[in-house]
Structures are given as structure tokens and as C-alpha cells.
Design a protein around this ligand. Structure first.
Ligand code: ZN
Length: 257
């Protein structure tokens, strides 16, 4: 009971952003909740479980290649069904450890998970961020934003902009309508679900035309939402659209996430 109470107090204080109280309540690993030396981090064991996506990977899908393909940097899957964006980067493969971090940010208000996720995204997306004129989070529809209180993609995008001196431009893309949850839908159903759901508002078109833009989301599953966003930006005249996610589901067969 005492431990439970301390945990609740700890969570309450963390949510209040009172980091100076770390001396009283030791920081915890974001995944296993074991004590660690510094806040906003992972213990050594959980860190070693992360599946980083390292080169060589497909330039367009960020899917890792089993071996170095030399000059050929685009996978057969990207050639067969080319995405509407130019380049994709992702920090990690989506596995159990990545899932805990994503859920910590999305459902449990653990904003310090966002700090770590953004840091890993800056590292994974260094080249696409370098050439970006603006960073755009995948927008949530208003009522969902209200219900969840914040948009996790916007939170990540804002932190990435702070770390890279890039411009945060959420207003360049708007979600026109509420779409049913993508959970449990296959790629085609997801594509239909989000078709024409995004638009570049008229007053933002001048800021999109001819520009290099990076779209930010937490997880890329089938990529249907990011496809719809990239199409809207390209239709408004964007010169380049790249996508950067924290985690990538390499073979999205199981869509119950
Ligand atoms: Zn841990």
C-alpha cells in the first residue's frame, strides 16, 4: 500500500513537472520502472532491448535490408508500390519495448517518454531534418484532440524542432473529418478510411508550395495515414515530403495496435 501511494505521489509530481524533486523520488526507467541514475531515460537492460534501425535500409520505406545492397537503396516493396513521400526514416522497429514507450506517451501522460523518443528520432532522421524547411505533425481531429488533451505527434514534432532549430508548422495541414480508428483494419481499408481526410488550408498553401517538409508521427503501421498526409502536401505543391516516425511496424500483419 505504501509503495502504491509513493508511486501515485511520484506520478503526480512528475506530471506537475517538478523535476527538482528527483532527489526525493529517484527517476525510473520508462519501460520497466526500475530506478535509474537520470530522468527521461531507460535502464541498461531496457536500452539493450531496443531494435534500432541502422543502415542499410530502404530509402523510401526505412525497412532494414538483411545485407548491404550497395547502390541499390530502394526495396522491391517500394518499387512495386511507391509511397507518395520521398524518403522515410524511423528510429526503431516496433516491438514490445517500443510499444511500452509509445503507450507511455500516448495513454499515460509520461511526457518524459516523448523527450527520449524525440531524441532518438532526431538521430534517425538527421539527414532529412537537415534539408527541411518545416516540420509538420500528423494532425488529430479536434474532438479526439480534446479527448486525449494533446496530440502525441505534435508533442514529438515540437521537441524535434527545439533540438534542431527547425520550424514547427502544425497549421500547414488540417484533418478535415474524424476517421474511425485504424486499429484492426488492413492496408486497403486504412487507405479508404483516411482518403481525403487531410487538406492544406488555403492560407497555408504559399508556405507549402516548393518547400521541403518532414511529417512526424509516433508509429508507422501500414503508412496509410502518412500517405494521405503526404498526398495532401504534394497536391498543394510541396517539393519534397519526407516522413519521420519513432517506430516502424516492418510487416504489419497484426494490426491490433
Ligand atoms: Zn528498464
Amino acid at each position: 500500500m505504501a509503495a502504491l501511494t509513493l508511486m501515485h505521489i511520484s506520478q503526480g509530481l512528475r506530471r506537475a513537472g517538478k523535476w527538482s524533486l528527483d532527489w526525493l523520488i529517484p527517476p525510473q526507467c520508462l519501460v520497466c520502472r526500475g530506478d535509474i541514475a537520470e530522468a527521461s531515460g531507460l535502464c541498461v537492460t531496457c536500452w539493450s532491448k531496443l531494435s534500432f534501425i541502422e543502415a542499410p535500409f530502404c530509402e523510401k520505406l526505412a525497412t532494414p535490408f538483411p545485407y548491404d545492397q550497395g547502390e541499390e537503396m530502394v526495396s522491391a516493396a517500394a518499387l512495386a508500390d511507391p509511397p507518395p513521400w520521398d524518403r522515410a526514416r524511423s528510429a526503431l522497429l516496433f516491438d514490445d519495448t517500443a510499444r511500452i514507450l509509445v503507450h507511455a506517451l500516448k495513454y499515460h501522460d509520461r511526457h518524459e517518454a516523448g523527450l527520449l523518443m524525440a531524441r532518438l528520432m532526431v538521430r534517425a532522421g538527421a539527414d532529412i531534418l537537415k534539408s527541411a524547411d518545416a516540420i509538420i505533425p500528423v494532425p488529430l481531429y479536434r474532438w479526439r484532440l480534446w479527448r486525449r488533451r494533446y496530440n502525441q505527434s505534435a508533442l514529438l514534432a515540437r521537441k524535434i524542432c527545439r533540438d534542431t532549430d527547425k520550424t514547427f508548422r502544425p497549421e500547414l495541414l488540417r484533418r478535415l473529418r474524424s476517421t474511425r480508428s485504424q486499429t484492426g483494419l488492413d492496408h486497403e481499408e486504412r487507405r479508404r478510411n483516411v482518403r481525403n481526410a487531410f487538406i492544406v488550408p488555403k492560407q497555408s498553401r504559399a508556405s507549402v508550395a516548393g518547400k521541403s517538409l518532414v511529417l512526424i508521427d509516433d508509429v508507422r503501421t501500414t503508412g496509410a495515414t502518412l500517405e494521405a498526409c503526404a498526398r495532401a502536401l504534394k497536391a498543394a505543391g510541396a517539393a519534397h515530403v519526407d516522413v519521420l516516425t519513432f517506430a516502424l511496424v516492418p510487416k504489419p500483419k497484426q494490426l491490433h495496435i
